[in-house]
Design a binder for this molecule. Sequence first.
Ligand code: GLN
Length: 552
Amino acid sequence: MATKKRTSRRTKYIFVVGGVLSSVGKGIACASLGLLLKSRGYQVTIQKFDPYINVDPGTMNPLQHGEVYVTDDGAETDLDLGHYERYLNTSMTRFNNATTGQIYYEVIQRERRGHYLGKTVQVIPHITDEIKRRMTYFDGEYDIVIIEIGGTVGDIESQPYLEAARQLTLERGRSSCMTILLAYVPYIRSAGELKTKPTQHAAKELMEFGIIPEIILCRTEHRIPKEVRSKIALFCNVDEEAVIELPDVETIYEVPLVMARRNLDAIVLRKLRLKPNELELDTWSRFVQRIKNPRTSIEIALVGKYVSYHDSYKSIIEAFVHAGAINNCKVELRWISAEEVTKENVEELLQGVRGVLVAPGFGARGIEGKITAIEYVRTRGIPFFGICLGMQCAVIEFARNVCGLSDANSSEFKRTRQNVIHLMPDQEKIEDKGGTMRLGVYPCLLREGTKAHRAYNQDLVFERHRHRYELNNSFRPILEDHGMIMSGVSPDNRLVEIIELDGHPWFVGVQFHPELKSRAVIGHPLFIHFVRAALRMKPDEDSSNEVDNSAL
Ligand code: GLN
């Protein structure tokens, strides 16, 4: 790992661990707390430690692990980093996410280099030291580092992380380190009761590791009465005010407001002996109000391969929440499995939607369905947004149906003489699958007068990539001659980054992932403009938007 300049800040650490069961929103809790502390004037960052052995989630199936979140510096990371960026409005780096795989990899490589001088290499202290080294990577650079430990307290895999947290707390002192337990308080309907036992067990287990949780966040579907909170406080050995209920809310963006109402940030600052500067949440509250009270709602179809697991498209979903709020409307997503789309049913499947987004993805499955959906929206004048594979499919569709290249395809799926999408030359020699795509942020020059330029209102933008294939430059002239506009290219003009169509209300495809840069409150220009175009579409007069194909 690179060394870097330190400032003189005395960094405080907050460990967030989950009790009993996962999926209760640890990532959102960390992001929300981070936002509150940032809004109190502190420099905050968040790290996620994932207890699995994969080096990163890049090679994992999105149906199992959800979306892979790519940072500016090209790391393939856990989707919780997306929440951190969206809430904190700052860019994470590869040092904000670590996995057990990375940690062992590093230690084993060091062992091979003879670094340990003949010692037996063990979980304690070698693995835990490497964990601590990573946990303190931002030492001196931030006032507060929130550390989310993946999994739950009882997991074998999480133990080295808890041990590292315990050691760090001992070394730095309790005014510099604290632990928050995120527990779940279930409601048993037949008994009409909220149950605190799982929370008690989680706290007890943490204490067995020598960690004393100072705050317990209780996720719950029902309000937790004072007596129940007192009971948790008593049995778990925490102050009563530090047992904080987090009920289900309408939108995840409301969580910081709920936490602030219950004083979480003030309690944290007091325990860490930091000044309770004033909290400024007006803009955020207005953003939440807009999400909760939209003036209208529209339906947009998301055509993809992994639609059965919505976490696979986490950032896209959130980008629509942001763009919707900015446009004063709620975007309802109609999930369409690409494999199901045929020429016969496409009209019925897309009936009434005001826009179609064709999602990123890998592999041939569902490609023809995506292409069919694209042909439909292109010829009907329905707003279209293609992301990465979605853009590549739009190029294939246009090549086949407008340029007359009937064999057009991507070489990812089929080698033909008309591979309008092909492998970048520097990708051809690569054999390793992990971390070898075109990853991270790249510049893109926008052509004036295009929809893309209008949306960004800038000449040069930076967007994040995660793909191996590109538009084949030898087909650029024929595509352009038939009306496809290369509205964004790399500064050396070697790579096409954005395509669009003239004479269509809004037909834009991007080779990058704009959803990864959509932040709460601010949104992303392309999503904002796509939703705006969808709003302009008259729902019941689809034909009025019909595009004159002959002009293309
Ligand atoms: N499979 C395509 C590629 O590798 C698209 C990837 C994506 O959609 N992220 O280029």
